[in-house]
Structure formats: structure tokens, C-alpha cells
Ligand binder design. Structure first.
Ligand code: ZN
Length: 493
């Protein structure tokens, strides 16, 4: 059990206030100071760590081996919150509804049959459903230790394919849901231009996604100005895939976005299925990731989500580009996508992070566990991710996913360090899964020794959002989710 947990309150600086100007006094009076029994810092575990956080929720100092003084005391094990780099929030409401066989004799269910069901599910979602489902999901993420999410958002239009009176209606539902839950958000409006290669007309299931590039850039630009002063929100873009966005549309969107935000996050689905690769080769003569590397300015702003099917040149090219591979193991397993060439990519020095994508599971630990286990199963070896002899598999997985996730989401997150957002996840150090473990072995035990969630408290952007396993607004948020699900279940069950 966490032996003590004190609520937040104002803390005065030790600096005599009389020596400082009035504006500085007000700032210091709202700073928070936390003393952590044990915390995972960028260079390893440290004891008696004092973390000071400014009024905007950013860490200003981190010092170990300090007295608690009058700081808020946090007992237990304190980790940086994990970024979740890929989410389609509405799919949370369909998890479990796509596990019945739909193909007849002689045909196989696949990603493509799932996709048809998913398009159908999206057709009837109202703005209220969209927000209610996202808020419920984001509370679940916080409870699992995710403190930031990249929302790859493609439901822009109404069920008839017409714009809402406020063209950002559905995006506002996502940003409001993130604010309700208190999770950090990188909102990624999707550009989805056509139904398939060669400018195929969108089908009925795709009609809510389609925007002209100009309308898309207007949407993005409006969202950027709405959220420009909110450190919990970043706006990026997500050209859906090379299948749904022809080259000219992609180039125009990238140019327009780069003019708005030169360093903004750019996410794209890439090479999730073998068919994605084969069709792109037929259409353009090149594999999709190779084509992107050759034709777009792929760099550290980019996250290639899935990137499951890569040849040797694509592995080294993607690693060299500085982009992040967005790995979503539980969804990729659920959809039968295949296994990312993780070991080769690690050896090439590639960046990567994890996402819960379709939310068949909302657990960073399960994503990391399956990333390692998938490789063990196909290579019939162990400790794939460990860095050299004696290296910890769990510590490497956790550190890489923090760094890659932070890069992909384009926010100062992923570490307990000066200048980063105060996103802290507090684990119960007396939990049977963790008790008696120290150092990197704690992370190995966290990932590889059980399924019970040991997250006790979560601070996100300097604000306590989960206390003793509960979210302050979870009853209201679940009530709205229940209303949405009752309506949707009547249509789908
Ligand atoms: Zn996706």
C-alpha cells in the first residue's frame, strides 16, 4: 500500500517573498512541490526526489536525496507517464463486437472484413457518443498509466457526409473529452481524400471522413489557434495512409501544415497489411514506406503507425530518418496484421513507441509485453530488447517507449526532468508483483510478472487525476458512456 498520500495545496517558496516582485510572488505561491520516496529519472532510479512544478504544470527542478520538508509526500514508486501514440477513440465502443466470424465458407475473416464492420459502426455515432466514448477511454488510459494520447481522428462529417455547423464539432468532442479526463492530448485530424488507389470514390462507410485539403487545413488552423495557450494540447495532422491520400493531396497538406507549424507532429498509417504493400507496389511500383521515405520529407516530426511490413532497406531507411514507428501490438494481434521486424529495427537504432489503437486492450504494459513476446515466439530466443549482457529487457522497452512516444506526440513529456510536463504515475511498492524488487528489475517485474494493475495515483500536467485508483469524475463520465453504449448496443447487438 502507499503509506501516505496527501492532497495538493499551495506551497510557498523557501525564498523570502519580500525579496521578490509581486508577480513572482504570485507564481511561487501556486508552485507545487512533491517529494517522492523513489522515482525513475532519465539516468535511473533515485531516492528522496524533490520535484517542483510551476503553475502551468511543467517541472522546474528535480533533485534527489532531499528532505521532504513541507512538500507533498508521495510514497511508492514514481514513473514518468507513458505516451499512447495512437488512438481511434470511438473504436473503444466496438471492442469485443468484431470477434464473430463474418466470412462464409472458403473465405477468411481479416483486417479487411473487420474494417467493413468498423466503418459501419462509425456511421451512426453522434457528437455526444463521440465525446462520451472518448472521455471514458481517456479515464481508462490514465488509470493504466498513459498520461498522453495521440488521437488519430477521422470522424469529421455528420452521418450524411455533410459538415456540421461548426466544422470542428467532432474535434471539439475529442478535446473536451481530454479536458474532462485531464489527459494530455495530441489531436491529429485525419486527411482522408479517396476511397482507395486510383481515386476510387469513397463508399458509404467512408463518407464521414472525406475532406478537401483546403477544408482540412482550415480545420487544423482553427484548432491550432483555439488551443495555442493550452500546454495540455498539441495539434498535429494525420494523412490517413498512402492508400487514402493521393500524392498531390499529401504534398499539399504537408506544405500547408509545415507553413502553419514547422515542427508539428505528422502521423500516417503505413504498411499495416501485406495487401497494403502489394497494392501500393501495383499502383506505384514502390513499397509504401520506401515511397514515403523517397517522396516525403520524413524526419523526427513523423510517426509511421504500424510499419509492420518492411524490407531491409525500409528498416534502415526508417531508422535513419529519425521518425517514430508507432507499434500497437494488441490491435495488430487482434487484426492479424503480422509482426514488426523489431530486432532489426532496434539494431538499426530506430525510434519507436506504443499505442492502444483500437483499444482491445488499454495497457502500456501489455503492449510492451507483446512486443517482446512476439519476437521471442518467432525467433525462439529471449530478452530481445535488452541492451547487451546483463541489460534489462523491461527497462529498455520502457525507456524507448517513453522517448519515442514523447517524440511522436510532439510534447515535452516522457521523463521526470526539468522542462517536461509533470506527468507522474505512482505505483504501489507493496504490491505483490513488485515487492522486494529494486532497480531495473522493478520494470521487468512490472511488465513480465502479472496482469493486476499496480497504478495507484496519477498526476497529469501537475494535476492529480487518479487518486487511489479512482478518477474524480469517473461516475459522471461512465454515466454518459452508458447512455451512448445503450443506444449503440441497440443498433449493433
Ligand atoms: Zn490506426
Amino acid at each position: 500500500m502507499s503509506r501516505s498520500f496527501t492532497s495538493t495545496g499551495s506551497k510557498l517558496s523557501a525564498e523570502p517573498l519580500s525579496r521578490l516582485g509581486k508577480g513572482v510572488n504570485l507564481l511561487l505561491m501556486t508552485m507545487q512541490s512533491y517529494w517522492c520516496e523513489r522515482a525513475l529519472l532519465p539516468d535511473g532510479w533515485a531516492d528522496a526526489v524533490l520535484i517542483e512544478v510551476d503553475v502551468a504544470g511543467t517541472i522546474t527542478t528535480v533533485t534527489s536525496n532531499m528532505d521532504a520538508g513541507d512538500s507533498h509526500r508521495i510514497d511508492g514508486l514514481v514513473l514518468p507517464g507513458m505516451p499512447n501514440l495512437h488512438s481511434h477513440a470511438f473504436q473503444r465502443a466496438a471492442a469485443g463486437l468484431t470477434e464473430r466470424r463474418v466470412s462464409g465458407a472458403g473465405a477468411d475473416d481479416s483486417f479487411w472484413t473487420w474494417r467493413q464492420v468498423m466503418h459501419g459502426f462509425a456511421t451512426n455515432l453522434t457528437p455526444e457518443d463521440n465525446q462520451a466514448i472518448a472521455a471514458q477511454l481517456y479515464v481508462e488510459m490514465l488509470k493504466a498509466g498513459y498520461t498522453a494520447v495521440g488521437e488519430f481522428h477521422y470522424l469529421h462529417l455528420d452521418p450524411n457526409g455533410e459538415p456540421y455547423a461548426d466544422r470542428a464539432e467532432m474535434s471539439h468532442g475529442i478535446t473536451s473529452a481530454a479536458a474532462e479526463a485531464g489527459i494530455g492530448l495530441t489531436h491529429l485530424p485525419v486527411l482522408y481524400s479517396v476511397g482507395g488507389y486510383g481515386g476510387v470514390e469513397p463508399n458509404d462507410g467512408q463518407r464521414r471522413y472525406i475532406l478537401e485539403v483546403e477544408d482540412f487545413l482550415n480545420l487544423v488552423s482553427g484548432l491550432i489557434s483555439t488551443h495555442k495557450d493550452n500546454p495540455q494540447v498539441r495539434i498535429g495532422i494525420a494523412p490517413h495512409s498512402v492508400r487514402q491520400v493521393p500524392a498531390a493531396h499529401l504534398a499539399a497538406a504537408l506544405d500547408g501544415f509545415t507553413d502553419l507549424v514547422p515542427d508539428g507532429p505528422i502521423h500516417i498509417h503505413a504498411a499495416e497489411q501485406v495487401k497494403d504493400v502489394d497494392e501500393h507496389v501495383t499502383y506505384s511500383g514502390a513499397r509504401p514506406v520506401a515511397w514515403l521515405l523517397d517522396n516525403a520529407d520524413v524526419d523526427g516530426r513523423w510517426c509511421l503507425v504500424h510499419a509492420t511490413h518492411l524490407d531491409t532497406g525500409e528498416v534502415s531507411g526508417l531508422a535513419r530518418s529519425g521518425a517514430v514507428a508507432g507499434l500497437c501490438l494488441t490491435t495488430e494481434g487482434n487484426l492479424g496484421d503480422g509482426l514488426f521486424p523489431f530486432l532489426d529495427y532496434l539494431n538499426a537504432g530506430g525510434n519507436w513507441g506504443v499505442g492502444s489503437d483500437s483499444h482491445v486492450s488499454v495497457s502500456p504494459l501489455e503492449e510492451l509485453r507483446w512486443l517482446e513476446y512476439g519476437q521471442r515466439l518467432i525467433s525462439r530466443t529471449r530478452n530481445i530488447a535488452a541492451s547487451g549482457t546483463g541489460g534489462s529487457t523491461g527497462a529498455r522497452l520502457f525507456a524507448d517507449a517513453l522517448a519515442g512516444g514523447a517524440e511522436a506526440l510532439g510534447r515535452p513529456i516522457g521523463a521526470i526532468a526539468t522542462g517536461k510536463r509533470a506527468d507522474l504515475v505512482v505505483l504501489d511498492s507493496d504490491h505483490p508483483q513488485l515487492f522486494g524488487r529494486r532497480g531495473d528489475t522493478l520494470i521487468d517485474a512490472l511488465i513480465f510478472s502479472g496482469n493486476v494493475n499496480p497504478v495507484r495515483h496519477v498526476l497529469c500536467g501537475g494535476r492529480w487525476v487518479i487518486r487511489s485508483g479512482r478518477h474524480g469524475a469517473e461516475d459522471q463520465i461512465f454515466a454518459a458512456y452508458r447512455t451512448a453504449m445503450s443506444r449503440l448496443s441497440a443498433a449493433y447487438l
